[in-house]
Unconditional design. Structure first.
Length: 303
C-alpha cells in the first residue's frame, strides 16, 4: 500500500505542488520495516526550476549510512514550462541492529560561482524512518520449576561420627595442600582445562569447516561462527555469543578480525552468498590459536 502511494506521488507531484513552494527533495521508504540484510526501496523525488542542473546521489556517495547501497533506478525527467521533476528509486540494505533506522539522501544543485567555476549546493530530504524486524526472540530471564513434594523414606544406617572424623581429616589435608601447593595446582588445572577445550574446539571447527566446503550455505557459515565464539568466550572471558560484530571489534584483540567477521555476517544475513569465506575462517582459527598460546603463557607466569 505504501509503495502504491509513492508511485502515485511520483506521477502527480509536479501538478500538485504550487510554484511558490521552496526547493525541497522528498525521500521515503517503500515499506515500514525490513530484516537485517534484506533489500528495501527508498524513493527520492525533487521538483525544481527547469533552468537548474540537478544531480542525484550515485553508488559512490557517502550519504547512505547506516544503510549500504545496492542499486538504483532512474525515471525520465518530466518538464513543464517552469519546472522539472526527477525521481530515483534506490535499493539499499542494512546490517546494523538498531530497532529504528533513518535515511535522508541529498540532491546536488550545480551552479556557477563568482569566479565562473562550477559549484554545487547540497539539499537534504527530511529523514524517513524504517523499523528493523528482530529475527531472534528474546530468551526469558528465568524459568518456572515444578516442585516434587513426594515423601520418600530414608533408612539411617550410617555411623556419622566416623564420617565426620574422616571429613575433618580430608579437610585438614586439603587445607595444607592448598597452602603449600594451591597456586601451582590451580595453574596446572587451568592449563589442563584450556588444552582440553582447545582440542575440542579444533575438532568441532574442522568438522564445521568440512561441512561448509561440501555445501557453502548460511547454516554452515553460522555454525562455524558459533563454534568460534563459544571457544573465544573460554579464552578471553568475554560474552562473544551475545555480542555483535560491531561490539567484538571494540575488544582489545578484535580489531584485526573486523574484515573477516563482516564478510561472514554478509554470508549469513545477505541474500547473496559469499563462497570465498575459507580464508576468513582460517584467519579466525589462526587468531584463536595465537590467543590460546598467549593464555597458556599468562597462566604459567601468573603470580
Amino acid at each position: 500500500m505504501r509503495f502504491l502511494i509513492i508511485v502515485i506521488t511520483i506521477l502527480l507531484l509536479p501538478v500538485a505542488h504550487s510554484i511558490s513552494q521552496a526547493l525541497k527533495p522528498q525521500g521515503v521508504f517503500a515499506s515500514d520495516s525490513l530484516k537485517v540484510g534484506e533489500p528495501v526501496t527508498y524513493v527520492l523525488t525533487f521538483r525544481y526550476p527547469r533552468n537548474l542542473e540537478v544531480v542525484f546521489p550515485d553508488e559512490k556517495d557517502a550519504a547512505y549510512s547506516p544503510f549500504e547501497y545496492l542499486d538504483r533506478q532512474s525515471f525520465p525527467t518530466r518538464t513543464d514550462s517552469l519546472y522539472s521533476f526527477d525521481s530515483v528509486a534506490y535499493q539499499v540494505t542494512t546490517f546494523e541492529l538498531d530497532s529504528v533506522q533513518k535515511l535522508a539522501l541529498p540532491v546536488y544543485v550545480i551552479e556557477t560561482n563568482e569566479n565562473g567555476k562550477p559549484d554545487s549546493t547540497i539539499i537534504f530530504a527530511q529523514p524517513d524512518s524504517i523499523f528493523l524486524q528482530q529475527l531472534i526472540a528474546q530468551m526469558p530471564d528465568s524459568v518456572d520449576l515444578k516442585a516434587n513434594t513426594e515423601y520418600r523414606l530414608v533408612h539411617r544406617a550410617f555411623n556419622y561420627p566416623y564420617l565426620l572424623a574422616a571429613l575433618a581429616g580430608l579437610v585438614l589435608i586439603a587445607v595444607l595442600v592448598f597452602i603449600f601447593f594451591g597456586k601451582k595446582i590451580h595453574r596446572q588445572w587451568q592449563v589442563y582445562r584450556l588444552r582440553k577445550e582447545n582440542k575440542k574446539f579444533g575438532e568441532q571447527f574442522k568438522q564445521a569447516k568440512e561441512a561448509y566446503q561440501q555445501s557453502a550455505d548460511r547454516r554452515h557459515s553460522e555454525e562455524i561462527l558459533v563454534v568460534w565464539k563459544k571457544y573465544m568466550e573460554v579464552i578471553d572471558k568475554a560474552p562473544y555469543t551475545k555480542m555483535t560484530t560491531k561490539e567484538i571489534v571494540y575488544l582489545p584483540s578484535g580489531k584485526v578480525l573486523q574484515h573477516d567477521l563482516q564478510a561472514i555476517d554478509r554470508s549469513i544475513y545477505s541474500r547473496t552468498m559469499n563462497g570465498e569465506l575459507i580464508p576468513h575462517f582460517d584467519h579466525l582459527y589462526e587468531h584463536t590459536d595465537s590467543r590460546f598460546k598467549q593464555r597458556i603463557e599468562e597462566i604459567k607466569h601468573a603470580k
